[in-house]
Design a protein around this ligand. Structure first.
Ligand code: AMP
Ligand code: FE
Ligand code: FE
Ligand code: ZN
Length: 283
């Protein structure tokens, strides 16, 4: 049995339901060879995950899922092995987390006009210092008995067209790629094909990202459509980009299971060769 490499997971440092320690235990129980911890806009789980993996056969790849905005579309950028103390990354992620916090408060304030939900309900669902997102509001709605689960919340009250929604600040993808590369990291576009082939990032924009050091495309991901994946494979060939696969595990917060998609060990070797800002955490 070949051992599986999963390069995209979330802990309670963002919107996953497991602490970094529990997530590492889950990865070990699942028999993964390597797991990347990629919380939204935060590296706060890295040390805990590294400590939890010590002495095991699991390699932890320190990473992050960087929120960016291309026009009015949210684009996620996975970043691996960058320097977590890099001033550019520290400043930009702090700005995003601050904006996420204010935006969540605004969304909750609008919801509270129609439903019995308060900001303290959301805080109860959020680990101290975590990157706040709609999933925490979803958990508060579930706890209040207003929706059945996170998915139901996203399809109703948290939907962008619900009237309660607002976006948060995020930089352009090109800015984010440059920041990651400058911090010694390896950038990979996360789930870029979720809206089908015609909605994949335009070739001219992708060219600019590649010019700035984009390394790869996350193609094997449950949210990428069949036509989106096909288009991404063509673009990977055109631009000589690596391709990855991963679960986007959020613990109990999503149906995604660890290792449900995986990355070729040779691609991980190239990521490790290229990433100079921090080291993989292995025994
Ligand atoms: P936000 O970044 O606050 O806009 O919230 C988006 C996050 O919510 C994404 O990172 C997803 O992980 C999560 N999410 C989106 N849709 C769903 C869903 N249907 N069920 C659970 N989580 C979701
Ligand atoms: Fe998430
Ligand atoms: Fe994402
Ligand atoms: Zn994710």
């Amino acid at each position: 049995m070949s051992r599986v490499i999963d390069l995209h997971t979330h802990s309670s440092v963002s919107d996953g339901t497991e602490t970094p320690v529990r997530l590492v235990a889950s990865a070990i129980e699942s028999g993964l060879a390597a797991v990347a911890l990629t919380d939204h806009d935060s590296t706060a789980g890295w040390t805990e995950a590294a400590d939890a993996a010590r002495g095991s056969a699991l390699t932890v790849i320190p990473g992050m899922e960087f929120s960016t905005m291309f026009g009015w579309k949210s684009v996620h950028l996975l970043a691996y092995l960058f320097d977590p103390s890099d001033a550019g990354i520290v400043a930009e992620t702090a700005r995003i987390r601050d904006s996420r916090l204010r935006r969540a408060e605004n969304i909750v304030s609008r919801i509270s006009a129609d439903y019995d939900l308060s900001w303290s309900d959301v805080l109860e669902q959020t680990s101290r210092g975590a990157t706040v997102g709609r999933p925490h509001i979803a958990d508060a709605l579930v706890a209040r008995g207003l929706v059945a689960n996170r998915s139901a919340a996203f399809e109703s009250i948290l939907h962008p067209r619900s009237g309660y929604f607002e976006p948060h600040y995020a930089p352009d993808p090109l800015t984010a790629v440059k920041l990651v590369v400058a911090a010694g990291g390896v950038p990979v576009l996360a789930h870029p094909g979720t809206r089908g082939a015609s909605e994949v990032i335009p070739e001219s924009k992708l060219k600019a990202l590649v010019g700035a050091g984009l390394f790869g495309l996350e193609i094997e991901h449950r949210d990428n459509t069949a036509s989106g994946k096909q288009r991404l494979r063509e673009l990977a060939t055109t631009f000589g980009l690596a391709t990855t696969g991963s679960s986007d595990y959020h613990g109990a917060g999503k149906p995604n299971r660890l290792g449900e998609n995986h990355t070729d060990p040779r691609v991980l070797e190239r990521i490790i060769e290229r990433g100079t800002g921090s080291a993989p955490l292995s025994a």
